[in-house]
Design a protein around this ligand. Structure first.
Ligand code: GCU
Length: 712
């Protein structure tokens, strides 16, 4: 059975060849390659859409992105309807789609009145019908080519989801200006925490020659509203340090050119010590004049090669990466030095806050990794330059299946920030397990930080920053590689998709995004739509229930982070402990008696977490030490909850296989098999998790399961 056709084989099939100058979308059915841009064009009755769609396109305005928008629309309509739409040179023909850049000021004869136009941001769009001299046309208006491009993809989504009505009126702006993907790709082609093959950018310490796959990737990104990419790993090793030298910059520029056509800015991760490693300096001290001028010259060189270069992503003084600490300088001094170099060209510094002591003594119960980002960065609030954004992981630890929201996000008041998620499933089953992440991310967006009083949700902090003209953003570690289907597990494409949709509009529900994705990827057969949507929606809960309990996290095999190992990190230096003994488990992070972490939140959240009675139960063990015999809200003891949730989780993982199997006749055969194999592995592996975790706690506590199930 052919499961994962790799990029190299794919190119040999001729399917991968495409002319880079024109958008030439071909379908690669049953491979997963087309993802949600297959435009299969079959509605739930099995008929194609041809009768419902305009047959000609007219563009107004000039912009390379408007050309991209027109070409994308043309190709998609051809695929959807079987007919190539005509590109006409007058808007007068009834039944056209008008793509219009309305940069302003608004003409009196415009289809968009001024008060509507004023509501548009630079990347927003309006979709509506308008009456021209000779009839009704469908209009997509925006202030920029990027806005029109997003409008085109929105229109195609509406068409496929069956929600394009005659009275359609859609005015959308993204919640934040920077919607980014971080690739943890190394030049040798390996991807740190990658579970879907190798890099689509690099191989053998070079850039990949055939750039057509990057073009197809840019399409996927733009179609969900993403506008920025960092192509190399935050851990910048020796070879990758050279990406900002003349040896590589022209290649970076080529890739940036592809992304640019889709409204995506290119950024690079840099090595903080570049002045020493590739410059000839003996220091990287940010206050050293030589260091400052080296970076200023470097910025000039980069922007001469890539005029719209985005800027630098920096992991400094984190997990053995160099940084300003070596010179007795703080993060603001480090970041501001780079910011000064980039500022004349409009570049940004995105400075990561994943800073903690990774050489902790496990016997030390005072130091708490959860406090680290907050304690390192809160004292610096207000000290960063305007073109610096702090990149903050969504939780205080490291992308666990359940964590509280980082208190730093609601702590900083005077500093720009980027919220960081992880799409690649490092801790959530590594794309061998199904784990749809939208519900988890929704919890983050909806979390009320009380920063500016009640209602200061993370989503509103982001939109508030955008409204007040401050920089803000959302980023995530990408989950794609050169596996033919991009994400290894076909259903993991839903995570890529929902990330972009939420980064555009965090108000969308997990369910509506799942449905959109299923329809565009698999069609709209009602049984298939309900079943796959249901599987996605329950998957995070399933994964959580057979892995580490009630927010404590970890319990994975060290380094590779796949599979159960309850004590895997218990006696290590990484600061990630569960502290289980024969009586109970959990970390006391209260102010009263623990590490004080709960007190990092604004009131009343801090009080809520401080008290075990009000602490949300799914986070109970993150904040409190709980005895096995203690009762939870369900009336069950903690130990019984652990047993029950693990058995239930495994049972549900088995159900996923059955549910998928029931759709054999509705799915393309190879897609069906690929997913089936992954789900079968998940079911088997969930049992491993269940048995290891349950046996561990049974042996520690000596308390039997009250249902008498097999524990080892
Ligand atoms: C995790 C991950 C690393 C990564 C790091 C980071 O610790 O395991 O591979 O480098 O996060 O976010 O920098």
């Amino acid at each position: 059975m052919q499961i994962a056709l790799k990029e190299r084989d794919f190119m040999k099939t001729n399917l991968g060849r495409s002319n880079m100058n024109t958008i030439n979308i071909r379908r690669h059915p049953d491979s997963g390659y087309d993802a949600w841009l297959a435009f299969a064009g079959i509605d739930k009755d099995g008929t194609i859409y041809s009768h419902t769609l305009p047959e000609s396109i007219y563009t107004f305005g000039r912009d390379p992105l408007l050309d991209t928008a027109r070409d994308e629309l043309k190709c998609a309509l051809k695929l959807l309807t079987g007919k190539m739409p005509k590109v006409v040179d007058s808007p007068a023909k009834s039944g056209s789609i008008l793509l219009e850049i309305l940069a302003g000021p608004v003409r009196t004869d415009s289809f968009v009145p001024e008060e509507e136009w004023n509501k548009l941001g630079s990347e927003g769009y309006i979709i509506k019908y308008c009456n021209t001299a000779s009839g009704k046309n469908l209009l997509i208006t925006a202030k920029t080519g990027a806005g029109v491009l997003y409008g085109v993809y929105a229109l195609l989504r509406l068409v496929q989801c069956g929600t394009l009505t005659q009275d359609i009126y859609l005015l959308e702006n993204p919640v934040t200006g920077l919607r980014m993907l971080n690739h943890w790709d190394n030049l040798d082609g390996k991807i740190e925490r990658g579970y879907a093959g190798s890099s689509i950018f690099f191989e053998d310490n070079k850039f990949i020659m055939d750039l057509s796959r990057i073009r197809d990737y840019a399409r996927l990104m733009a179609s969900i509203g993403l506008n920025a990419v960092v192509m190399n790993n935050v851990n910048v090793h020796k070879t990758e340090t050279n990406l900002i030298t003349s040896a590589f910059l022209p290649k970076v520029a080529k890739v940036a050119e592809i992304f640019r056509k889709y409204g995506i800015k290119t950024f690079l991760s840099i090595n903080y010590c570049s002045t020493m490693e590739i410059g000839k300096l003996d220091t990287a001290d940010p206050l050293d004049e030589g260091v400052k001028s080296w970076w200023a010259n470097k910025a000039k060189e980069i922007f001469e090669t890539i005029p719209d270069f985005g800027g630098f992503l920096v992991k400094a003084d984190s997990e053995f990466r160099p940084g300003p600490f070596t010179y007795g300088r703080n993060h603001a001094e480090g970041a501001n030095m780079l910011a000064a170099a980039l500022e004349p060209f409009g570049g940004l510094v995105i400075w990561r806050c994943f800073v903690y002591n990774c050489t902790q003594d496990w016997r030390d119960r005072v130091t708490d990794r959860a406090n680290a980002a907050y304690d390192n960065f809160m004292p610096l609030d207000g000290l960063f330059a305007d073109n610096v954004l702090l990149q903050i992981k969504s939780g205080p630890m490291d992308f666990q299946v359940r964590e509280p929201v980082s208190p730093l996000l609601g702590g900083l008041k005077k500093t720009n920030f980027v919220l960081e998620f992880q799409i690649t499933q490092e801790y959530t089953g590594q794309q061998r397990h199904l784990c749809y992440l939208a519900p988890l991310w929704k919890d983050v967006f909806d979390f009320d930080t009380y920063r500016d009083g009640a209602g200061s949700t993370i989503a509103s902090l982001l939109s508030g920053a955008a409204a007040s003209g401050r920089l803000s953003g959302i980023t995530a570690v990408a989950n794609i590689g050169n596996d033919m289907n991009w994400t290894g597990h076909d259903l993991a494409q839903a995570n890529f998709y929902c990330y972009g949709r939420l980064a555009w509009n965090p108000g969308l529900s997990s369910e509506e995004i799942a449905k959109e994705w299923v329809i565009q990827t698999f069609g709209c057969n009602p049984h298939l739509l309900d079943t796959i949507t249901g599987m996605l929606l329950e998957s995070h809960h399933i994964y959580e229930s057979y892995t580490s309990p009630l927010g404590i996290g970890w319990m994975v095999n060290p380094n590779q982070h796949y599979g159960p190992n309850v004590d895997g990190y218990e006696y290590s230096a990484w600061g990630t402990y569960h502290r289980a003994d024969h009586e109970g488990l959990g970390v006391d992070r209260t102010v009263a008696a623990g590490t004080g972490y709960a007190g990092r939140y604004n009131k009343p959240v801090s009080e809520l977490y401080e008290n075990p009675k009000t602490c949300p139960e799914e986070l109970l063990l993150f904040f409190h030490r709980v005895l096995y015999k203690q009762k939870l809200k369900s009336g069950k003891t903690l130990i019984q909850h652990i047993y029950d949730s693990h058995f239930e989780g495994t049972g549900k993982a088995e159900q996923l296989v059955i549910k998928w199997s029931g759709m054999k006749d509705l799915l393309p055969p190879q897609t069906f098999e690929r997913v089936l194999n992954r789900l079968a592995e998940q079911a088997k592996h969930s049992k491993e998790w269940c048995d290891v975790v349950n046996s561990y706690f049974y042996r520690k506590s000596g308390i039997p399961d009250n249902k008498g199930r097999q524990i080892y």
